[in-house]
Write a protein that binds this ligand. Structure first.
Ligand SMILES: Nc1ncnc2c1ncn2[C@@H]1O[C@H](COP(=O)(O)OP(=O)(O)O)[C@@H](O)[C@H]1O
Ligand SMILES: Nc1ncnc2c1ncn2[C@H]1C[C@H](O)[C@@H](COP(=O)(O)O)O1
Length: 233
């Protein structure tokens, strides 16, 4: 029996994987999509026309990069819902604003006017009743030392030349951000709790936790619907 059926995960589910750079989002996205027989939505790092330039000069390219990411992420969001779901997404749209744009504004890399323009755009596109939020966010959390090790191991040149303070600041912001995130249900996963390289079966307990969480969310929603309209429940 397929894992998706075994753990009662609806075939239209949209799961987004969040976490700081190097946490293991792409690796988990790939493994999870394979296990569930879902499509993937990846960030395209190699074809991003601003990313290299941005790492060389944050002040010059912050605004351009954020607008680019927002547009790309929004197109992906549309694509996932046009397919009718069944996706695992590598990084959520909420991290662009809640982590990156805010951090670069507060560090003085983006002007107040540019930040305001970006936030207005984000709110008009995303914070509306028409925007389809994912069914679940998997948040990857890990110790700073492990994250730094993974960034080093992956070895993207633009990330290697970036001062370590950048990753420390990002790690701290992620921990604060996730505690107040409420756009969709969150499943927290510690990166030391599983090892997809050593053990292929490590994905099954993760799928089981996803299934359990989605069922809990559905139960709460049914109860809420019943209370607000008992005649139609
Ligand atoms: N479970 C894991 N155990 C050990 N290394 C991992 C694990 N998951 C990912 N990695 C490694 O960590 C690095 C970053 O992973 P990646 O999936 O690219 O992270 P992200 O997409 O969050 O930036 C890569 O070198 C990857 O091979
Ligand atoms: N919104 C963003 N602003 C700045 N940089 C970003 C944003 N989204 C992703 N990035 C960077 C961070 C990494 O260098 C690459 C890919 O991210 P990863 O976490 O490795 O998937 O893009």
């Amino acid at each position: 029996m397929e894992l998706r059926e075994k753990y009662n995960i609806p075939c239209r589910t949209v799961i987004t994987v969040a976490g700081t750079v190097g946490a293991g989002k792409s690796t988990l996205t790939r493994a999870l999509a394979e296990a569930l027989n879902f499509r993937t939505s990846f960030e395209k790092v190699d074809t991003n026309p601003y990313l290299d330039k941005f790492y060389n000069d944050f002040k010059r390219w912050s605004f351009h990069l954020q607008v680019y990411f927002l547009a790309e992420r929004f197109k992906e969001q549309k694509r996932m819902f046009e397919y009718g779901g069944g996706f695992v997404q590598d990084r959520s749209i909420y991290e662009d604003t809640g982590i990156f744009a805010q951090m670069h504004y507060e560090k003085g890399n983006m002007s107040a006017v540019d930040y305001e323009t970006y936030k207005n755009l984000f709110e008009a596109m995303v914070m509306t009743p028409y925007f389809p939020h994912p069914d679940l966010m998997i948040y990857l959390e890990g110790d700073l030392e492990d994250i730094l090790e993974r960034i080093k191991k992956r070895g993207r040149p633009m990330e290697q030349q970036t001062p370590v303070e950048y990753w420390i600041e990002m790690h701290k912001r992620y921990e604060q951000w996730i505690n107040s995130f409420n756009a969709c249900p969150v499943l927290r996963l510690n990166i030391n709790e599983y090892d997809l390289f050593q053990n292929k079966d490590a994905i099954e307990p993760i799928v089981e936790r996803i299934g359990y969480m989605l069922q809990q969310v559905a139960t709460v929603k049914n109860k809420r619907d019943f209370i607000s309209n008992p005649d139609f429940a």
